[in-house]
Design a protein. Structure first.
Length: 163
């Protein structure tokens, strides 16, 4: 024996443990980054603008996707003459094609809406291929983007002439 602790099994074991601990820590950090930054909510600006001027934007919880039923949590955009005028929290609305859009029951979404037939609503189509309608998980990120979009439009609107 030459006294080289690196060649003995006992000498290598601590280095393997250190490498294993570093690898496990690195994997944990990468997993956390992927979970926290993957698929951020991004609102379709044109869809939101069309909905805010022609229909309305609401936060609603999907009650039954098969029956196309949602409960309004809050009206986020839409004037007195919009499609969502008169809606208030707790109202039940029918939003067509919830299953096709991929809405999950019990989850709250931001819905850019337009008026449909028979007191129902449609999700405002987009300019994406096949005019795919989009809904967005309700939360602080979606609400902030909506405020930013609506504020930008109100800032760009021409001022009314003073008489």
């Amino acid at each position: 024996m030459s006294g080289d602790s690196g060649s003995s099994p006992g000498g290598r074991f601590p280095r393997h443990r250190l490498a294993l601990a570093l690898a496990a820590s690195w994997i944990a950090v990468l997993t956390a980054l992927a979970a926290l930054t993957a698929n951020p909510v991004t609102l379709n600006v044109l869809q939101v603008l069309r909905a805010s001027s022609d229909g309305g934007v609401v936060s609603a919880t999907v009650m039954n996707a098969a029956e196309e039923r949602c409960r309004v949590d809050e009206v986020l955009a839409g004037g007195q003459r919009s499609a969502v005028a008169g809606l208030k929290p707790g109202d039940e609305i029918r939003v067509r094609e919830l299953q096709r859009i991929g809405a999950a029951e019990g989850r709250a979404y931001v819905f850019p809406l337009q008026r449909g037939r028979n007191e129902s609503f449609l999700v405002m189509p987009t300019e994406l291929p096949n005019r795919q309608p989009l809904i967005y998980p309700d939360g602080p990120a979606a609400r902030q983007q909506l405020k930013t979009i609506l504020r930008a439009v109100s800032d760009e609107a021409p001022a009314a002439p003073v008489r």
